[in-house]
Design a protein around this ligand. Structure first.
Ligand code: PLP
Length: 396
C-alpha cells in the first residue's frame, strides 16, 4: 500500500454533498426534463462578467508584447496592477493604501491560505462563526492550526458575543469573518463590527499578542437595497482583507483575488512577508498574469446583480408565505431558511422527492437550516415555489 499523506487522501476522496446533489440533478433531469428539476445546490455566478472584462482582455492581448503579457509577474503581483488596486480601494473606501499593501492571489481561497499559513503556528486556534464556508476548516487545518467554531446566532445571524468572548484563549491567533455571508446572505452591522473590534482590542491587550481579523469578502459588492458593508480595516487595525473577483465580476474560473495588509497592522512588514512567504511555500506565486491586469483595470465594476436581487425578493417572500422561518439576506446569492424538521439532512433528502436540490446546514456548522443558492434563472424560482409548498404540506 502506498505510504501517502492520509489527510490529503481523505480530503481528495471525501464525498461532497454538493457534488452528489449535482449528479442526482443530472440523473433526474434525464428522467423528467431539466425544467422540472429545481437545482439550488451550487454557488456559481449565473450572470456574465461585464462586457468590459472581455474587451479589456482582448485589447491587452492585441496591444501588449506577448512575451510580457504571458510572462511571469512579480511573485506578489505586477506592480502596475497593485497600483491600480490601491487607487481603486482608496477611491471607494477613502483610505490611503499603496501597492505594497497588496498581495495578488489565486482567488480568495489562496488569499485565505496565504494568511492562515503566514500567521499560524502549530497549536494556534482560528475562530470561525457559524454558519461558515466549509473550506475554512480545510484551510485552517492545512495551516496546521485548529478551528474553534462559535455557534450561530440564529435569530439575526450576527455574532453571539458571549460565546465569542468565552472562546478566546492564549492560542487564539486569528478570527475569520465573512460578510456578506455564505450561506445566510447577512451583512454584519456597524454595531456588530464595532463590538467585534472592541473585544479583539481588549483581548489582544490582555493576552499580550495581536489577534488578527481576516475579513473574507468575495461577496462585498453583491448587496441589495443600497446597504453598506462596513469596511473592517476602519474598525480594527489588525485586519487583513481577502478579496476575490470570482463573484463580483463573475470570474470564478480566472482565479483572481488579493490579500490586503494595511500599514496599521502591527509589524505589517513582517506580516506581509509572512503572507508572501506562505504564497511561495504553497506554490501560489504570480497569480494569472493576463487576468491580474484585467481585474485591476475593471476593479471598480460589478457584474449586473439585479437578477440576484429579483431572485432574493421572490424566494424570501415566497418562502415566508409558505410558512418558512427565514432571515432576509442583505446580499450574496444564498438564503438559509430553517428546515421544517430538526434533522436538516433528512429535510434535504425529503426535498429531493419534490425535485428540490438544497444543501443541509450542518455542513456550514448550522444544523436545522438549509442553503438555497439562487444564482439561477428567475423562472426556476417561480416554478419551484409550488414544489416548496408541496414539501411544506408534506409536514402537515
Ligand atoms: N470564501 C467564501 C465565503 C466563498 O463562498 C468562496 C467561494 O465560494 C470563497 C471564499 C473562495 O472564493 P474564490 O473562488 O475566490 O477562491
Amino acid at each position: 500500500m502506498a505510504n501517502l499523506n492520509e489527510r490529503m487522501v481523505a480530503l481528495g476522496t471525501s464525498r461532497s454533498v454538493i457534488r452528489e446533489l449535482f449528479e442526482f440533478g443530472k440523473q433526474r433531469a434525464a428522467e423528467i426534463g431539466a425544467e422540472n428539476v429545481f437545482d439550488f445546490s451550487i454557488g456559481n455566478p449565473s450572470v456574465p462578467a461585464p462586457d468590459a472584462v472581455n474587451e479589456t482582455a482582448i485589447k491587452l492581448l492585441k496591444d501588449t508584447d506577448p512575451v510580457v503579457i504571458h510572462g511571469y509577474t512579480s511573485a506578489q503581483g505586477d506592480i502596475e496592477v497593485r497600483k491600480l488596486l490601491a487607487d481603486s480601494v482608496n477611491r471607494r473606501f477613502d483610505t490611503s493604501f499603496g501597492p505594497d499593501n497588496f498581495y495578488v492571489s489565486v482567488g480568495a481561497a489562496a488569499a485565505l491560505c496565504c494568511c492562515l499559513n503566514g500567521l499560524c503556528n502549530k497549536d494556534d486556534e482560528v475562530i470561525v462563526f457559524a454558519p461558515y464556508f466549509p473550506e475554512y476548516k480545510v484551510f485552517i487545518e492545512g495551516a496546521g492550526a485548529k478551528m474553534n467554531l462559535i455557534p450561530a446566532d440564529t435569530e439575526a445571524f450576527q455574532i453571539d458575543f458571549e460565546k465569542f468572548e468565552a472562546a478566546i484563549n492564549e492560542n487564539t491567533k486569528a478570527v475569520i469573518v465573512n460578510s456578506p455571508n455564505n450561506p445566510c446572505g447577512v451583512v454584519y452591522s456597524h454595531e456588530t463590527c464595532t463590538k467585534l473590534a472592541e473585544i479583539l482590542n481588549a483581548k489582544s491587550a490582555e493576552l499580550g499578542h495581536p489577534i488578527y481579523l481576516i475579513a473574507d469578502e468575495p461577496y462585498r459588492e453583491i448587496v441589495f437595497d443600497g446597504i453598506e458593508v462596513p469596511y473592517l480595516p476602519k474598525y480594527y487595525n489588525n485586519t487583513l482583507v481577502c478579496y476575490s473577483w470570482s463573484k463580483s465580476l463573475s470570474l470564478p474560473g480566472e482565479r483572481l483575488g488579493y490579500v490586503l495588509v494595511p500599514d496599521e497592522v502591527e509589524e505589517h512588514g513582517l506580516v506581509y512577508a509572512a503572507v508572501a512567504g506562505a504564497g511561495r511555500s504553497l506554490g501560489y506565486v504570480n497569480a494569472p498574469g493576463l487576468f491580474q491586469r484585467v481585474c485591476a483595470m475593471c476593479a471598480d465594476m460589478t457584474a449586473d446583480i439585479t437578477i440576484y436581487e429579483t431572485n432574493r425578493n421572490l424566494l424570501y417572500n415566497g418562502l415566508r408565505e409558505i410558512g418558512f422561518d427565514v432571515v432576509k439576506p442583505d446580499g450574496t446569492f444564498y438564503i438559509f431558511p430553517k428546515t421544517l424538521e430538526e434533522d436538516d439532512v433528512a429535510f434535504c433528502e425529503r426535498a429531493k422527492q419534490f425535485n428540490i436540490l438544497i444543501v443541509p446546514g450542518s455542513g456550514f456548522g448550522c444544523p436545522g437550516h438549509a442553503r438555497i443558492s439562487y444564482c439561477v434563472p428567475t423562472e426556476r424560482i417561480e416554478r419551484a415555489l409550488d414544489a416548496f409548498k408541496k414539501l411544506a404540506d408534506s409536514y402537515k
